[in-house]
Design a protein around this ligand. Structure first.
Ligand code: ZN
Length: 292
């Protein structure tokens, strides 16, 4: 059986068709323009395949409250054309198949839970650090939604004592995303991260902020592993620095195997940037099961 998987992003829509084993059999990328332009292209591409269900891991914020009148809508996104848009219902009706939906980051974490670095864990956190910062949370075996869904990128973290950068978040200035996203790096240092790969100061401060966020999340929900993805995390020199700062910030207070074996605690994704689309595939498989 085949399933459709859509990783809906603010700049591109990654579309795939795959099976229960997590094998991607066909894929394409469609630019995210307006719903009027983009949705017919998605429907045409998925419509060519015999899919049993579609899974959507989308940018948000999203209404994920089952029973809500606007369930499945993208809600207050800064991408104005997509505000209050029923992405789930539109695809479900046009394709005539059940649909599963979650946030892009919960989707990525679901991919990791099913085929990647969070397999077998009951508690894990996936953080993507790129154009924005977002995080998916697995707690006690379930993806966390709660009031809306976690927005880890917008948590407040203490500023480094020597940092006078005001931050780039349009809502909060110097929240985690405001201080440590790709646009924050570009604005603070005057060049994109890829061009600053050799500048140690850039990555030391970046790692410091990521470690602050990880430490705060760790103290609140005690995950068994952190998985880091996104464009900024392509700078692999960040990993040892982040682990060093996390150990420094926790200051020996938590005596756990995970923090001793920290190389296995704070890890990159093993799914080679397919975690989002694989999570969407799992959402489709689950949607077919519920409706089948
Ligand atoms: Zn913010």
């Amino acid at each position: 059986m085949l399933y459709g998987a859509l990783e809906a992003g603010g700049t591109k829509m990654v579309c795939a068709v795959g099976n229960e084993k997590g094998e991607i059999l066909d894929r394409t990328v469609i630019e995210t323009e307006t719903p009027e332009i983009t949705m017919p292209k998605l429907i045409e591409w998925f419509g060519k395949h015999e899919i049993q269900a579609i899974g959507i891991a989308s940018f948000g914020p999203l209404d994920l409250q089952k029973g809500s009148k606007t369930y499945g809508y993208i809600t207050s996104t800064p991408k104005l054309e997509w505000q209050n848009y029923d992405i789930t219902g539109t695809l479900k009706n046009a394709l005539g198949v059940p649909a599963g939906l979650d946030t892009d980051v919960n989707g990525a974490l679901l991919g990791e839970m099913t085929w990647g670095s969070a397999k077998g864990l009951t508690d894990a956190v996936y953080i993507t650090i790129g154009t924005g910062i977002g995080g998916g949370v697995l707690s006690n075996g379930k993806l966390v939604h709660g009031m809306l869904h976690p927005e880890l990128g917008h948590m407040y973290i203490p500023k480094h004592p020597y940092d006078d950068f005001t931050g780039v978040c349009p809502y909060h200035g110097s929240c985690f995303e405001g201080l440590a996203s790709g646009p924050a790096i570009r604005s603070r240092w005057g060049a994109p991260g890829q061009e600053l790969a050799d500048n140690e100061k850039v990555w030391d401060l970046e790692a410091y902020y990521i470690a602050e966020a990880i430490t705060a999340i760790m103290m609140v929900i005690s995950p068994q592993r952190f998985i880091l993805g996104g464009g900024v995390m392509k700078q692999e020199q960040l990993f040892p620095l982040i682990r060093h700062y996390v150990q420094q910030m926790t200051a020996g207070y938590l005596q756990t195997k995970e923090l001793i074996e920290i190389d296995d605690y704070i890890v990159p994704s093993r799914l080679k940037d397919n975690q989002g689309v694989l999570g969407a595939l799992k959402l489709a498989i689950d949607a077919a099961r519920v409706n089948g």
